[in-house]
Design a protein around this ligand. Structure first.
Ligand SMILES: Nc1nc2c(c(=O)[nH]1)N[C@H]1C(S)=C(S)[C@@H](COP(=O)(O)O)O[C@H]1N2
Ligand SMILES: [Mo]
Length: 393
């Protein structure tokens, strides 16, 4: 692997923002405080959640770094950064969300396995790079290809980081070829985040961005791409990031019965309040994010201050002062929206938010009904408690 190196320990980690809440140190997993998350529509890079399964790779020589691409029965081609930069540069605003977002709350129902996350394992960034559909077209695979002449149906992305789940091997994942070759799916090989060269934590020099899909498929530090007949057989596709029913436990689990999770479901969370907040008698600001997978927009966000008995509709926006309309050509279809409502609070209350997407999918009322042993996709109504007192928060 010329140009890039994967350390086997944590002695070469990049610097990180002191505000981040660290959920695991090695590998480094951290998220911003709730209030920081909603302070801007585009999440600043240093506050963007960091989700890793091994030590962060080190680029030693960017000129010699390349991605090797192999098709079934085909030759291997090397793609250098300069080749990728030669292709048209596309910019996509997309929200990345870890499937483990809100896991800590799910573990309160019954223990789950995995890194604990509050509600900020999510972020919205401006990603720039080449469209994967253009890259593949240049390599001889036309746009909107389902299957290649040699039977290729999936594109596998392989990194170089050393993950213990892969017994020291690299992180990998795949997406269907039809999504990879569809220019409207906006899958990117990204080299910039928020207008700057990618940071090491986020996949420098090159990462995949798969909009509308759980973060696990957006492979960082891309080392090779393979056009393959079956989906990737790696740990994170076959033995993790699958959604099981509440009846499945570690004694009766059969991983082969479920498909790898792909799109994420509709989600929202209140970020202006902690799980329990002291507020002053009077107006309380209820503000947070809402997002859905698969390019579905947010149709509505409902807010309740009586635990879900009665509801009001929150206002929604992406850009300050511009009301959000889910099917407006100017909306960022892969990006979150912020919602805001004001409530008069005179006594202790349970405040709840739930979002509805453009397909009318709605978040489930309780976490119990979606509990799963790996603690993924907790999209239950987000509930916080306020107590009225004299100090603010
Ligand atoms: N090579 C590699 N890619 C990876 C991961 C990883 O550990 N190694 N983690 C995945 C997961 S689970 C998520 S949620 C996102 C997190 O991206 P971020 O750290 O840029 O927020 O990267 C994905 N890509
Ligand atoms: Mo993730």
């Amino acid at each position: 692997m010329p140009g890039i190196r994967a350390p086997s320990d944590y002695s070469e980690e990049p610097p990180r923002h002191p505000c981040l809440k660290i959920n695991a140190k090695e590998p480094f997993n951290a998220e911003p405080p709730r209030s920081n998350l909603i302070s801007s529509y585009v999440t600043p890079v240093d506050l963007f959640y960091k989700r890793n399964h091994g030590p962060i790779p080190v680029v030693e020589d960017i000129e010699s770094y390349s991605v090797s691409v192999t098709a079934l029965q085909g030759n291997t081609r090397a793609l250098f950064i300069k080749d990728i930069r030669k292709l048209q540069k596309h910019t996509v605003v997309a929200t990345l969300q870890c499937a483990g977002n809100r896991r800590t709350a799910m573990s309160k129902t019954k223990t789950v396995r995995g890194v604990g996350w509050d509600i900020a394992a999510i972020g919205n960034a401006v990603w720039s790079g080449a469209k994967l559909a253009d890259v593949l077209e240049q390599l001889g695979i036309p746009k909107y290809t389902n299957v290649t002449s040699s039977g290729g149906k999936h594109v596998e992305f392989v990194s170089i980081d050393k993950c213990k789940e892969e017994n020291g091997g690299p992180y990998k994942a795949s997406i269907p070829l039809i999504q990879a070759t569809n220019p409207e799916a906006d899958v990117l090989l990204a080299y910039e985040m928020n207008g700057q060269t990618l940071k090491r934590d986020h996949g420098y020099p090159l990462r995949v961005i798969v909009p509308g899909v759980i973060g696990a498929r957006s492979v960082k530090w891309l080392d090779s791409m393979n056009i393959i007949a079956e989906e990737c057989q790696g740990f994170f596709m076959q033995k993790d990031y699958k959604m099981f029913p509440p009846s499945v436990n570690w004694d009766n689990i059969d991983w082969s019965t479920r498909r790898p999770q792909h799109d994420f479901p509709v989600q929202c969370a209140i970020c202006s309040l902690e799980d329990v907040s002291m507020v002053k008698h009077g107006k309380v600001n209820i503000k947070g994010y809402a997002v859905s997978g698969g390019g579905r927009g947010i149709e509505r966000v409902d807010v309740s201050i009586d635990g879900g008995k009665s509801w009001v509709e929150a206002s929604r926006y992406q850009r300050i002062g511009v009301p959000y309309v889910a099917d407006d050509a100017n909306c960022d279809k892969w990006a979150w929206v912020f919602f805001e409502a004001e409530a008069d609070i005179t006594h202790g209350a349970e405040i709840v938010a739930k979002a509805v997407d453009t397909a009318a999918n709605v978040q489930p009322e309780n976490v119990e009904v979606i509990w799963n042993l790996r603690g993924i996709l907790n999209t239950s109504w987000h509930r916080v408690h306020v107590k009225v007192g004299h100090s603010n928060m």
